[in-house]
Design a binder for this molecule. Sequence first.
Ligand SMILES: O=P(O)(O)O[C@@H]1C[C@H](O)[C@@H](CO)O1
Length: 294
Amino acid sequence: PSGGLNRCVCVHDDYQKTADWLLSQTKHRPQVAIICGSGLGMLADALKCQDAFHYTDIPGFPQSTVQGHAGRLVFGELKGKTCVCMQGRFHMYEGHSLCKTTFPVRVFKLLGVETLIVTNAAGSLADGLKPGDIMIIKDHVNFPGLGGFNPLNGPNDDKFGPRFPAMSACYNPGLRCLAMDIAKQQGVAELVQEGVYAAVGGPNFETIAEAKLMHRLGVDAVGMSTAPEVVVAVHCGLRVFGISLITNKRPLSPVSAEIMMLQKNKHKKRVWSTRRPVILQKDQRANPPQVGVA
Ligand SMILES: O=P(O)(O)O[C@@H]1C[C@H](O)[C@@H](CO)O1
């Protein structure tokens, strides 16, 4: 893949202009940036002394099109640290280039941020991870990246980082340990474990064969974001901590998946369904519709 959506067309000045505008609009000077995943935007509400900006008002900022993502950048204080929080992120499946998807990360760097916290909603492939659990990301598999869809494609900007950045320790071990210790102190350790996150392009959810493949490759949870942001963050020297909120299980086999039910319709045709019996209409019998697993 080359050109079009797969080539970073932003130059240093583009990020700088956005950062300078933000610095002129708020007195906050954040050390920590938090990207809120789907349904996690309320994290920003915990910030004290807030300055909030709609993405539509920020020069050069991409626009969020996903429901449940407020599309606001919120600055404020949290437990003595100055933070900037993205209420809503950008995904490849919205039609953004990876360069736009990850645009805020470089802006954070220019604001003086040192630590990036990424959060997301993800589907579990691991036996021990249930909906409602939290997975501390210990590593990721960036499927679009492996296929050549990378936010660092195009001329390298040495001011941000090297042409060939190492990704062998993306998720800061110290922060991962600290998070586990805090989970124990708070008495919620049984809900928290470490795992490997895989990013897929979306927007469709995985087929059973794809879920099985990822499980065999050692993936614990799958989602449609995060990895490109982390690649850009590590490239420009940010310290990264990531968590996935497990929202659903990915079925690995039609037979064993607990959410799947074998239904027999009145015409004795067997149909797999995720939720409710499917009765095929006369004209559908020859060519039954695919039943998705969301
Ligand atoms: O922004 P995140 O990664 O939390 O968004 C989740 C994962 C997919 O993008 C989408 C579908 O569930 O929501």
